[in-house]
Design a protein around this ligand. Structure first.
Ligand code: DAS
Length: 329
């Protein structure tokens, strides 16, 4: 009996064509992608499902929760694997969201393209074909993966590191988990540790979580307004090991008593420190003043995680425990 693989399309460059008004926009459905890329594999029944047709910066946490629920449904109705196609700008959020909330019993692979289908050297067909091979290959204890340019990346580590080249994704500090060549899948690791926190799919309306970036000399006047603007939590991308100007740190410390504030770092592929620096605005100072440290998750992944945990009613102590799985505290 042939394996059933679903291709859930959300839009992105892989589905884009020239618009009369200039630039490319998402127009191709999941069905059209399969046809256009002549995707066919013996022993696989590949089913296209058009879920959204938008650029990935237009996706919301609600869309990702909807996609996770859809994939759970597919896992429960006989599908052996799922490939999500979408824009590369937020592949890391989608892959992380599926890792956190999606089914654990089938492989889920996220892919896209850096060049639209009519561009010279378009990469969408190869990425989609590789991803289907990955999805058909069985679950290897490495969670949801991102497959791009023949490389296999883990959802929790992957990040977009270039806005234009075909090799746009990195997983730092651990590197790719494997590769796909000549149609065959090679995974070099048996399992990823530690385990992800057990997070239920939120059923309630999602709270607003702000993402701020700390700049040189930022006095925190935006941070100070988060509560009156109705935010239930915030992620703040700090400098270096998670460092913030004293004036902004002061404002954040004031609101950290009311809503969870998680510190991340702007340093790509690195992590927030926990116990090195003691100056005002350092990780030790921020932690003492009630801010949470986000480990090695990017601010986009922390934003999705915090949104789900708050929707599920987790308090700051629970959130701190969840962050420990990602090297945070
Ligand atoms: N950067 C484009 C892409 O790679 C747009 C998007 O993310 O939707 O797909």
């Amino acid at each position: 009996m042939s394996k059933k693989i679903a291709v859930l399309s959300l839009g992105g460059t892989i589905s884009m064509t020239e618009a009369a008004t200039g630039g490319v926009v998402p127009t191709l459905s999941g069905e059209t992608l399969l046809e256009r890329f002549a995707i066919w594999e013996p022993n696989l029944e590949i089913v296209a499902i058009s879920f959204r047709q938008i650029a990935s910066a237009q996706l919301s946490p609600d869309d990702l929760i909807g996609a996770a629920m859809k994939i759970r449904e597919l896992a429960a109705t006989g599908f052996s694997g799922v490939v999500i196609t979408q824009g590369t700008d937020t592949i890391e959020e989608t892959a992380f969201a599926m890792d956190l909330l999606g089914p654990k019993n089938i492989p889920v692979v996220v892919t896209g393209a850096m060049r639209h289908p009519d561009a010279p050297g378009a990469d969408g067909a190869a990425n989609l074909r590789d991803s289907i091979m990955m999805a058909a290959n069985g679950n290897r204890g490495i969670g949801v993966t991102v497959v791009m340019d023949g490389e296999i990346h883990a959802a929790r580590f992957v990040t977009k590191a270039n806005t234009a080249t075909v090799r746009a994704f990195h997983s730092m500090p651990i590197g790719q988990l494997g590769w796909i060549k000549e149609g065959s899948v090679d995974v070099a690791v048996a399992a990823l540790a530690p385990a992800l926190p057990d997070v239920a799919v939120p059923k309630q309306a999602l709270p607003a979580v702000a993402v701020l970036k700390a700049g040189l000399g930022d006095d925190g006047r935006i941070a100070a307004r988060l509560i009156e603007l109705g935010y239930s939590g915030a992620v703040v991308e700090g400098m270096g090991g998670g460092h913030i100007h004293p004036a902004m740190a002061e404002r954040l410390a004031e609101i950290a008593g009311l809503i969870p504030v998680v510190v991340s770092t702007r340093v790509v592929g690195s992590h927030v420190l926990r116990k090195t620096y003691g100056f005002v605005g350092s990780e030790i100072d921020l932690s003492r003043r009630g801010l949470l440290l986000g480990g090695w998750l990017t601010s986009g992944k922390l934003h999705f995680l915090l949104t789900c945990l708050l929707a599920n009613g987790w308090n700051s102590a629970d959130i701190r425990r969840a962050l420990a799985a990602f090297g945070g505290a």
